[in-house]
Write a protein that binds this ligand. Structure first.
Ligand code: FAD
Length: 438
């Protein structure tokens, strides 16, 4: 029996690849691809394994981890362009940028992801003015199933770039990435608790703040409104102990114990949510810090997540219908339900392709590894998303069938033929991609 076992971060699946390899040079990666072509082996690349969908799984192919292929290649302080090897984490990128008086224009809630994994799935933060990570890229170098290295450059060939940048790992191996960074900035964060109805009447704030999100605490009427704006003001003093108490002790340890206890008595979940709101969000929070610290959170509790991008003008309908559903079906659900925002994107498989978008994410935790039934809840919320043309986050759960996706992505058929041209021998295909495209 194959002894090699690989498990993703959220422990939503394990697989048994034929080999797990960790090359440290581009030449080695190309060598593996050429050899795989000869032996007709499949290849799957994995970044930090943070996708809870089976997008990075290979059952019998070679799993390539780029964890050792992870350094900075060059930085131009005038143009603020940064070139990196594809396995580098967002964290290492941010640390480097801060030292060099630069920043990412936007990012999500965590930073261990590899840059290539993040752009391949459309990883995003929030803010209607600043796009997802793939929108911050100007060029990538990709190793095809022939072992050839090609450049995919936004300026030189925009159409090809838009077909390739957000690629679900289906087109080849991203080897190098060039990021258009921005000048360093601090963020002034204001977070406060508002009511659900206030949220429904606050959507104009999306336009007037650089970055904004809502965290609704289901089973309560409470929402955390988080606003962050670029500022010239100096950082406020950071108290590391109270940051640990809020982020790690309350946000992870106490919450995980509560989630585990309520797994035996789900009727207590509303009380837990209310208590967590009191612990984490009831107090107004004002803080200034560097972009990296203010965007990211310490998240340790394993989880399954479903997140769809819906047309921004439908936000009120969708979140109101989710609230009605939870109460009508008497679901007991974990917090928070997250609303984030993004400008339209030209990448053809982006959730926000050609439309300003609200991303709505729902969550089911696995306290101390314990799986909690959530499929019916997720499936019913999916029906609401579907009614409003919601597009799924590729790294998270979804319930669409291929023919439905074809209607949601106007360039779906183009991507399919692009994939067949780029990888005619289906070297990079796995079950996830087969289900989507065949
Ligand atoms: C706690 C948590 C918080 C999260 N927060 C956010 C968030 O705020 N916003 C958001 O949008 N997402 C978020 N995510 C999702 C996460 O950003 C994505 O799952 C992302 O893809 C993870 O990057 P990774 O390096 O782990 O990629 P993996 O999961 O390892 O791989 C993802 C895909 O990228 C492909 N890939 C990886 N490297 C390469 C390469 N070099 N060449 C070609 N293909 C490659 C893989 O084959 C696979 O198809 C979160 C996930 C977790 C667990």
């Amino acid at each position: 029996m194959n002894e090699l076992k690989w498990t993703n971060w959220s422990h939503s699946f394990s697989s048994f690849p034929k080999q797990i390899l960790s090359p440290s040079t581009e030449k080695e990666i190309i060598g593996i691809v050429k050899e795989a072509k000869k032996t007709k082996s499949k290849i799957k690349i994995v970044g930090s394994g943070h996708s809870c969908s089976q997008i990075a799984e290979t059952k019998s192919g070679i799993l390539i981890s780029l964890e050792k292929y992870n350094s900075i290649l060059s930085f131009n302080p005038k143009t603020l362009t940064l070139k990196v090897k594809a396995g580098i984490s967002l964290k290492d990128i941010c640390i480097f940028l801060k030292k060099n008086n630069a920043a990412l224009a936007n990012m999500g809630t965590i930073d261990p992801q590899s840059i290539a994994g993040a752009i391949s799935t459309g990883t995003h933060g929030t803010g209607i003015k600043y796009g997802a990570l793939d929108q911050q890229i100007t060029s990538i170098e990709l190793i095809t199933s022939n072992g050839e290295l090609i450049e995919v450059n936004k300026t030189k060939n925009e159409a090809f770039f838009n077909e390739t940048i957000l690629n679900l790992g289906a087109l080849g191996i991203i080897s190098k990435v060039t990021i258009q960074c921005v000048p360093f900035y601090n963020l002034e964060v204001n977070a406060k608790s508002i009511s659900f109805d206030e949220m429904l009447h606050s959507f104009q704030l999306i336009q007037s703040n650089d970055y904004l999100r809502f965290w609704w605490v289901p089973h309560t009427d409470k929402v955390q409104l988080w606003k962050a704006n670029k500022t010239q003001k100096p950082p406020t003093k950071q108290n590391k102990i109270s940051a640990w108490i809020d982020g790690t002790l309350k946000g992870n340890i106490i919450h995980e114990i509560g989630l585990w206890l309520t797994s035996f008595k789900p009727n207590l979940i509303p009380k837990l949510n209310d208590f967590m709101h009191y612990l984490l969000f009831a107090k107004r929070n004002y803080e200034i810090g560097d972009f990296h610290r203010m965007f990211t959170l310490d998240i340790n509790v394993k989880q399954s997540v479903m997140e769809y991008g819906i047309p921004i003008e439908k936000t009120k309908n969708v979140i109101s219908e989710i609230r009605t559903l939870i109460s009508k079906e008497n679901f007991k659900v974990h917090m928070p339900i997250e609303l984030r925002f993004a400008p339209k994107n030209d990448a053809i498989l982006s959730m926000s392709y050609k439309r300003d978008t609200c991303y709505i994410g729902i969550i089911s935790y696995k306290p101390f590894g314990k799986e909690i039934e959530h499929d019916i809840y997720f499936e019913k919320v999916h029906q609401i998303f579907k009614k409003y043309d919601g597009r799924p986050h590729w790294a998270k759960k979804h319930f669409y069938k291929t023919e439905e996706l074809e209607n949601l992505y106007p360039q779906w058929t183009n991507f399919k033929s692009h994939k067949n041209q780029m990888d005619p021998i289906k070297m990079f295909e796995n079950d996830f991609l087969k289900t989507l495209f065949n």
